[in-house]
Design a protein around this ligand. Sequence first.
Ligand code: PRP
Ligand code: URA
Length: 214
Amino acid sequence: MRLHQANHPLISHKLTELRKKNTSSATFRLLTEELVTLLAYEASRDLRTDEVVVETPVAEYTGKTTSLPLPLIVPILRAGLGMLNGMSKLMPNAEVGFLGMLRNEETLEPVTYAERLPEDLTGRQCYVLDPMLATGGSLSAAIEYLFRRGASDVIAICLIAAPEGVARIERDHPNGNVTVVVGEVDSHLNEKGYIVPGLGDAGDRLYGTAGPLD
Ligand code: PRP
Ligand code: URA
């Protein structure tokens, strides 16, 4: 696994706003979309392209176009959905597949409740979107899913990670065909599996169903 941690003042500024407990859902959604756009720049560094010849008004030009098979964007429901718009604006010709995963609050193990992916992902670069990498259980299972269907590379974009989650992905997926691009790596997980300091429950904060955190 390759880890890329963004080290950029604009990303830090936006993450700080996102973390504030009084940030409204509307602002949270906007910031999430902006952050994924910034992180996607690094995440798409190894996007496969082919040469293409086009005519400018002045001359012939040999440029680049996204290779086939097209990349696949995979938001992990629910929270990853908040990142989809930003990502597909940058990669408008990518296809989109969905994985619905919910972490069991007792065991912290992920449960897959929905899957809408192409059967055959042979040779495809898959961009997984999930704002939070906590224990790493959900992302690790998603990566396994995609490789079982034939994906060639998985690039995960997360806003905030815990060191425990990063270590889990490293352990479960040691090969170079997994890349994790993350805004910031926080201190640790608490006893409930929440990232500290983190931002709370990303899905609840995006969709406005947050109750008090006890
Ligand atoms: C959150 C988050 C990740 C997962 C991370 O989703 O969006 O998918 O938890 O935790 P892990 O690294 O310990 O697996 P959650 O299960 O809360 O579902 P939601 O997106 O529907 O809120
Ligand atoms: N999922 C979240 O949404 N937040 C955390 O801190 C951990 C898992």
